[in-house]
Design a protein around this ligand. Structure first.
Ligand code: NAD
Length: 475
């Protein structure tokens, strides 16, 4: 059973009556799952009014009481994890185990932010005059407009709005029209947990129309967006017009550096598992593999064996280890990348083509011998294609790894603590994992540098993204 697709405004679930609809498609079959109602302009205004009212109620609720509601939502999400995971797989394609893990991780994020909201400390600065107090207090930034994509239908929306809620803000969120049910089910957990009406509102529609409407509204004081670099730049421009704060989590093209002193087989297994997670449709997916010459052949062999052993299929089937791409645009993009790589001398050593004639499946692919200026090495692939190239020296690989305008995540493997420190310092990225593939946890900051965006989600930084600092001088 899929979800009854609805908007959520001022505590009310609103269906299709009188609203234009759009089909949501199962990427494993290419068939429609249900029709999604688009919010009308009047719906958007109503959501903004509700958020204004919700802000008054929620900002006046103590962090202690807010935290109780949020933790209850996390408990409900855990109870409903099996159901939520199934509908996420149906609409997005990822395998059921990944969808379940995403749901449980999201519940952990809620718990962490619920607690952190209780620790939104200010500080007291010694006054210059006797009996004076100089205080810094944190206040909720106000009404937040959030926009999220289709690759993590529940984790990405919740990571945004739970930090805002923990800080005392209200929210209007537009989740992806391609994977709406994940966010609908998440919002349902919060509504059922007792979040007051109007505090969290969910809308869908034509992305450019909805974002212009919401970002243009005076009441909105903060924008948070996850998605592609061009759309992020556009929305950042709209936010700047109204002098609104913004968090931009945009694309990357994450380098992986495997040094000659690392175990090539072990690192290949760790990083290949990360590469093909969610069919490579992850903003921090490892995407450019630089391997030092002396371990290059062994790394390529183990990585390629891993790719060839992956079982493609419907994510609901228990034997499947990689599902389809989320939409047909990604299939076209994969074909263009492979054709460009081949025309530039690239050798396809695994996969390389579309799989089957139903749904949006693309084979786990490995390409070697391609130049640094090929499309695959310069444009974020956002799919299951891995380019692997050799390098000779530390300085050379740092220059190549830092050569792109992006800086989200990076990975390195080495057995030398000195090399680990040096590469950690040298790479231009918001996050780097050394000897693992983990760059995201509830308690750690997540965000990029350069064109990968600005601001953070997660960690104490994720909460501060939704607070204003006010200086109070008491004499
Ligand atoms: P896209 O640029 O059209 O859309 C990306 C996301 O932004 C989608 O969720 C879309 O609904 C939303 N969007 C588009 N225009 C918008 C607007 N004017 N206002 C508000 N939201 C808007 O691309 P796409 O085909 O969906 O994905 C392609 C590329 O996007 C990928 O190759 C990848 O680089 C990037 N992407 C990044 C992430 C991420 O997690 N950072 C997620 C999804 C896609």
């Amino acid at each position: 059973m899929y979800t009854d697709l609805q908007l959520h405004i001022d505590g009310e679930w609103l269906g299709g009556a009188g609203r234009k609809g759009e089909d949501v498609v199962n990427p494993a079959t290419g068939k429609s799952l249900a029709s999604l109602p688009h919010a009308t302009a009047a719906d958007l205004d109503r959501a903004l009014d509700a958020a204004a009212k919700g802000l008054k109620i929620w900002a006046a609720t103590s962090p202690y009481d807010r935290s109780k509601v949020l933790r209850k939502a996390a408990d409900l999400m855990r109870e409903r994890a099996d159901h939520i995971a199934r509908i996420m797989t149906m609409e997005q394609g990822k395998v059921l185990a990944e969808a379940r893990m995403e749901t449980l991780t999201t519940a952990d994020i809620i718990d962490w932010m619920a607690e952190e909201g209780r620790r939104s400390y200010g500080r007291i600065i010694p006054g210059r005059a006797p009996n004076s107090r100089l205080m810094v207090i944190q206040e909720p930034v106000g009404v937040v407009a959030a926009f999220t994509p289709w690759n993590f239908p529940i984790l990405t929306p919740v990571r945004k709005f739970v930090a805002a809620l923990a800080a005392g803000c209200s929210v209007v969120i537009k989740a992806s029209e391609e994977t709406p049910a994940g966010c609908i089910e998440a919002v349902r957990c919060f509504a059922d947990a007792g979040l007051p009406n109007g505090v969290l509102n969910l809308v869908f529609g034509v992305p450019s129309t909805v974002s212009e409407h919401l970002i243009g509204a005076d009441i909105v004081r903060k924008i948070s967006f996850t998605g592609s670099v061009p759309v992020g730049k556009h929305l950042a421009g709209l936010a700047a017009k109204g002098m609104k704060r913004a968090t931009m989590e945009l694309g990357g093209h994450s380098p992986v550096v495997v040094f000659g002193d690392a175990d090539p087989e072990k690192s290949a297994e760790v990083i290949a598992a990360s590469k093909y997670r969610n069919a490579g449709q992850v903003c921090v997916s490892p995407t450019r593999f630089y391997v030092q010459e002396q371990v290059y052949d062994r790394f390529v062999k183990r990585f390629t064996d891993y790719a060839k052993a992956i079982k493609l299929g419907d994510g609901l089937d228990k034997d499947t280890t990689m599902g389809p791409l989320a939409n047909p645009r990604r299939l076209d993009a994969m074909e263009a990348i492979v054709n460009d790589a081949k025309s530039r001398g690239g050798k396809v050593v695994a996969g390389g083509k579309r799989h089957g004639n139903q749904g949006f499946f693309f084979e786990p692919t490995v390409i070697t011998d391609l130049p640094d200026d090929s499309k695959l090495m310069t444009d974020e692939p956002f799919g299951p294609i891995a380019p692997i190239v050799p390098f000779k020296t530390f300085d050379e690989v740092v220059e190549r790894a830092n050569s792109l305008p992006f800086g989200l995540a990076a990975y390195a493997f080495t057995s030398s603590s000195q090399t680990a420190t040096k590469i950690g310092d040298a790479i231009q990225s918001g996050m780097i994992a050394i000897n693992s593939a983990v760059v995201s946890m509830p308690e750690t900051p997540f965000g990029g540098v350069k064109e990968s965006g600005y601001g953070h989600e997660g960690g104490i930084e994720g909460l501060e993204a939704y607070t204003n600092k006010k200086f109070v001088s008491l004499s």
